[in-house]
Design a protein around this ligand. Structure first.
Ligand SMILES: CC(C)(COP(=O)(O)OP(=O)(O)OC[C@H]1O[C@@H](n2cnc3c(N)ncnc32)[C@H](O)[C@@H]1OP(=O)(O)O)[C@@H](O)C(=O)NCCC(=O)NCCS
Length: 169
């Protein structure tokens, strides 16, 4: 889907939802996760950065794969100390967006956090990232703050970061 506008990928993805399998992130995923991250963010994390994050005992990561044993098509990575965690990153392969994979990853992460005693999850998202804002609204996050000029867009102009939270009952 690279080269096509994001909204077109989103539209075609919605028409062609495929099953994915979810599992815990592991060190051998680092190369695939770095590739997905590079498609998704201006400052990509390389494989070594993913290996470091996965090895950190404060991290929790899930990957979505095409089928059990298949290649990663998306991931969510969180970090924190009970009772609070932060979503460090969530991203889906740019050819597989709009299929519900992002929402499944967020919900699956929440499924295990409650049992671990986590009560609140925070995140920061770039203002204007419509896909991410819709994903987070759909999965129960609400805006609690705004940091003006926290990010820079492609042209170098300042863009606000929105801070969001979701409480776990
Ligand atoms: C944000 C991202 C993870 C969403 O993953 P996804 O698998 O495409 O999302 P889903 O298919 O689960 O859709 C979740 C919601 O977002 C909406 N959405 C997804 N892509 C969209 C787009 N391009 N434009 C508008 N809405 C979009 C979906 O319609 C859905 O909302 P709805 O249920 O109200 O219809 C994905 O777009 C991505 O990897 N983006 C680049 C990385 C990024 O920005 N991560 C977040 C940084 S904080």
């Amino acid at each position: 889907m690279s080269g096509l506008p994001a909204w077109l990928g989103w539209l075609t993805g919605r028409a062609r939802r495929r099953e994915v399998a979810l599992r815990a992130m592991r060190a051998s995923d680092a190369d695939a996760l770095a590739r997905i991250h590079a498609q998704s963010f201006r400052l990509g994390w390389d494989a070594a950065e993913f290996e470091r994050l996965i090895a950190n005992r404060l991290s929790r990561g899930l990957v979505a794969t095409d089928a059990p044993g298949g290649a990663p098509v998306g991931f969510i990575l969180l970090s924190g100390v009970t009772p609070e965690m932060e979503i460090l990153s969530v991203a889906v392969d740019d050819g597989r967006r709009g299929e519900g994979i992002g929402a499944r990853l967020v919900e699956a992460a929440f499924g295990t956090l409650a049992a671990e005693g986590i009560r609140t999850v925070f995140l920061e998202v770039e203002d204007g990232n419509l896909a991410a804002l819709r994903l987070y609204a759909r999965t129960g996050f609400r805006e609690i703050g705004r940091r003006p000029g926290y990010y820079r867009d492609r042209a170098g102009a300042p863009v606000a970061a929105l801070t969001m939270r979701r409480d776990i009952a």
